[in-house]
Design a protein around this ligand. Structure first.
Ligand code: ZN
Length: 286
C-alpha cells in the first residue's frame, strides 16, 4: 500500500468513527434539550448584567458579607447568563395541580450538581433567578463544595414522585452547604446539624433568593425546618445582621406566628424548597 493510500484509509476510518459517535450522542439528546443547550451556552458566553450589577451594590455594605471576605481567594468560576425575565404562558395552574408549557431548563454547571436533569425544568424567570442567585453565592464563596440541586419540574410539569407540588415550574429544592462535603452529598441531601452546617454560605444562599422577592416572578416563599432556621438565625445575629431583616426572612424568634419569607415545613432539615411567584403576564398561573 502506498503512503498516500494509507493516509486515505486512516482518514476514512477516522471520519467513520466520528460520525458514529456524533450520531449516537444526537440520538440520545432530545431535540428540545439540544436547542436549550445551544441557547444556554450562547448566553453563558455573555456576561451576566442585571444580577451582577445589583449584587455589587449590596455586597459591600452588609456586615455578614465582611465575614466571608477572607475566603474569597480563588478566581471565580462563574455561573453566568443573560437575564431575560418572565416569558408569558409557561406556568399553568397551581404548584400542586398544574403543568408547564414551553419550559426553560436549568443548564448544568461545574459548581452545582443537578440530581435529576429530567426534572430541571421551570418557567424562564424561575430558571434565570435560580441561576442568578446561585451565581452570586458561588462567586462569593469560591471554596465552598458543589451544591446539590434537587427537583424543579418535569419537562411538561404535572405530578412527579416524591412531591406534592413542583408541578408548574415554580418550585425548586436545593441542598445546603456544609463545612465539609458529606460523603453522600450531592447525590443525596444531608440533614443539617450545628456541627456540619456551613452557616455563612447557607445563609448567603437564602439571602440571595430572598433578594428576588421584589422582582416579577421572584421568590414567594421558602420552606425550611425550624431547626435549621434557628441555626442560621443565630449565626446571622452573631454576625451583626440587622434584626428587622432577619424578621422578614425567618419565622424566628416568634415560631409559627412569625411572618417571615422562610416557613417551617416538616422534612425540610436537609434541603430548602423555594417557590417563585406567578409572573404578572402568566394569567393561567395560580
Ligand atoms: Zn420541594
Amino acid at each position: 500500500m502506498t503512503s498516500r493510500a494509507l493516509v486515505l484509509v486512516v482518514t476514512l476510518a477516522l471520519a467513520f468513527v466520528t460520525t458514529v459517535v456524533v450520531s449516537d450522542a444526537e440520538a440520545r439528546t432530545p431535540k428540545r434539550a439540544k436547542q436549550q443547550k445551544a441557547t444556554a451556552s450562547k448566553s453563558s458566553r455573555a456576561k451576566a448584567t442585571k444580577g451582577r450589577a445589583s449584587r455589587t451594590s449590596s455586597a459591600s455594605d452588609t456586615p455578614h458579607r465582611e465575614h466571608t471576605r477572607g475566603r474569597a481567594k480563588k478566581p471565580s468560576r462563574r455561573v453566568a447568563f443573560v437575564y431575560q425575565g418572565p416569558a408569558a404562558g409557561q406556568s399553568v395552574g397551581a404548584p400542586w395541580a398544574g403543568r408547564l408549557q414551553e419550559p426553560a431548563q436549568l443548564p448544568g454547571a461545574e459548581r452545582y450538581y443537578i440530581r435529576r436533569p429530567y426534572r430541571a425544568f421551570g418557567t424562564r424567570s424561575t430558571v434565570e433567578l435560580v441561576q442568578r442567585a446561585l451565581g452570586e453565592v458561588l462567586d462569593a464563596f469560591p471554596d465552598v463544595h458543589v451544591l446539590a440541586v434537587g427537583d424543579l419540574s418535569a419537562e411538561k410539569g404535572g405530578w412527579i414522585t416524591d412531591h406534592h407540588s413542583h408541578q408548574s415550574g415554580r418550585d425548586i429544592d436545593l441542598g445546603l452547604f456544609y463545612t465539609e462535603k458529606p460523603q453522600s452529598y450531592p447525590g443525596s441531601f444531608v440533614e443539617a446539624t450545628d456541627d456540619n452546617i456551613d452557616a455563612a454560605a447557607t445563609f448567603a444562599l437564602l439571602e440571595a433568593f430572598a433578594q428576588t422577592t421584589s422582582e416579577d416572578g421572584g421568590v414567594q416563599v421558602m420552606f425550611l425546618g425550624f431547626k435549621v432556621q434557628a441555626m442560621l438565625y443565630n449565626w446571622a445575629l452573631d454576625h451583626g445582621v440587622d434584626q428587622d431583616r432577619l424578621a422578614r426572612m425567618f419565622q424566628l424568634p416568634h415560631g409559627r406566628g412569625g411572618a417571615g419569607l422562610i416557613r417551617h415545613e416538616p422534612n425540610h432539615d436537609n434541603h430548602i424548597h423555594i417557590r417563585f411567584k406567578c409572573p404578572s403576564d402568566d394569567t393561567a398561573c395560580r
